[in-house]
Design a protein. Structure first.
Lengths: 322, 322
């Protein structure tokens, strides 16, 4: 079969013929139709990940056919027995096991789940990792209620956009931040009620003037801007954190934390049960993930460059033809 | 009636004859037998509180008689309708309304609750504010489960000690920190399994060596030591924050937060319903609050000095004789 293989760090992926994997007992052999990229894939190519084993086929997101039926894949493995947190054997698809940037993949049978009928292969492949992460942080962790006001920072990334779409579908009023006016504009077109450019000094006050304070904040940046988010919170607000691209958080006031009875809730990925509930939610509300660009498998390196540039709005997808 | 009155900031309280308060409709006139001090009372005398109105009778904790029956008082007022957080009209007993450092007090009838039968007046007066704060942060917010391992920082203060006693009664394994070896020793006598002196550089590692990591951490310090607490957390741990004596929190890693799926949960005081559940828990487990020292009402200023010195282990109580 054809696969995009990472042979050496800091080198392009190589499209090559590799042996078709063979399922063991309890495993499913899935014919992939589309895969999606995640920032994790880029980090691995740059060596920014622990315990990298080469060669490896990257890719955590996939949609395809299993026994003639359209399916999507749970993007992780071995969550463990505690729904509150992943266990020690937890891993994400596409390292150390081979991932979805290939014509075929072997995964555990339970991780093969029916594809939402209203989505194309490319849209379905855009869903798993971002959708699962968004669903858990927004609903399981922050327990969003209809009518609440939500702030999503750094709109444009896959998870942030899914969070926007899920929050809107759940009946929330959503605001966004971004360093790009274009991305804010696109978020407004999707249904966000307002936004602010965090490169402008008074972004916090401008947002507050538009919206009042927030009941739920979803952040993946951390860094020095995080403390300001607490000032934008209503009493009893929840701040969900699923990333930390800007590094450590400083200047957090314990007084604001306890007096407003705030909750700061770390979240990553999600369980198989959350994955299935997420797919049900997507079907119920006919949510279509935002796809930024589609590349053929043979142009995987161009797709990786698109991701690396942080210019994308939505998921970067690989189409896998026969 | 006799009352300890704060007439001027930065001046001693004055024991004086004042008019006995008269209950309006829906209010109860309670004959106080004992009151307890809280750090809040000291802060108010030092002007470290907003909207101070003088003269005022301080005191949030009281036990006494109402219609011939022994009672304790809910230490706050007007929580509001949302159990998740106090509303805008929320206030703590003893400013702006007159508090418990007096022979009589008027409070709302619903806030008068039967006194646990196994406690003396002084022990019962030691319970309300500290017990309520401890109960909410430990059970409502951090949802402590039997068998979990708990770390309580800054043992010795009223809330920290109540948290220790409640966690032990709930079947947890409890460890403490303090800057005082004497306080750690006393905590061990109460039932803590281990402790570390945070003035020693390697306190975190020493604690880890004793105990392994923690499922619940209860902190009232914040400051630069807070980030190290996250490193001592098990996956899915909850960190309850009810104070911030050491100021702002710095150097918090979002990666640890989301990868361990931690929850940082601000908490203050508690609802009337939590107060009643706390009293039930205290009765069920026959918990006796630690009383550091008892002073007669006339020696209220000596009691305040005891509090100001941070030497106390448990509550400083005023006995109010007829």
């Amino acid at each position: 079969m054809k696969a995009l293989v990472l042979q050496q760090l800091h080198h392009p992926l190589v499209l090559q013929e590799t042996a078709q994997p063979r399922p063991a007992r309890g495993e499913a052999l899935v014919r992939l139709k589309a895969a999606a990229l995640n920032r994790r894939d880029w980090w691995i190519t740059q060596g920014q990940y622990s315990q990298i084993q080469l060669p490896v086929i990257l890719g955590s997101d996939g949609a395809g056919e299993y026994q003639g039926k359209p399916v999507v894949l749970y993007p992780a493995g071995a969550w463990g027995n505690d729904p509150r947190v992943q266990g020690k054997d937890f891993r994400i698809l596409g390292l150390p096991e081979n991932g979805t940037f290939a014509e075929w993949i072997v995964v555990r049978k339970q991780h093969v789940v029916p594809k939402p009928g209203h989505l194309s292969w490319e849209q379905a492949a855009a869903l798993p990792l971002a959708g699962l992460t968004a669903y858990r942080v927004l609903f399981s962790r922050c327990r969003l209620r209809p009518g609440e006001r939500v702030l999503i920072t750094g709109i444009g990334g896959g998870v942030a956009l899914m969070t926007l779409q899920f929050a809107l579908a759940a009946g929330a009023e959503v605001y966004v931040t971004s360093g790009s006016e274009v991305k804010i504009q696109k978020a407004l077109e999707i249904g966000a009620k307002g936004g602010a450019n965090y490169r402008e000094a008074d972004w916090g006050n401008r947002l507050k003037a538009q919206s009042g304070n927030f009941d739920v904040v979803i952040d993946s940046a951390g860094g020095d801007g995080f403390a300001a988010l607490m000032g934008l919170c209503n009493p009893a607000a929840r701040i969900g954190v699923y990333g930390g691209t800007l590094g450590k958080i400083n200047g957090l006031s314990p007084q604001i934390l306890y007096w407003k009875q705030l909750s700061i809730l770390g979240s990553t990925m999600g369980t198989l049960s959350e994955f299935k509930r997420m797919l049900g939610f997507v079907c119920q509300h006919r949510i279509v993930p935002a796809v930024d660009a589609v590349f053929p498998l043979a142009e995987g390196n161009e797709a990786m460059q698109r991701l690396a540039g942080s210019e994308q709005f939505g998921k970067v997808v690989l189409k896998i033809d026969e």
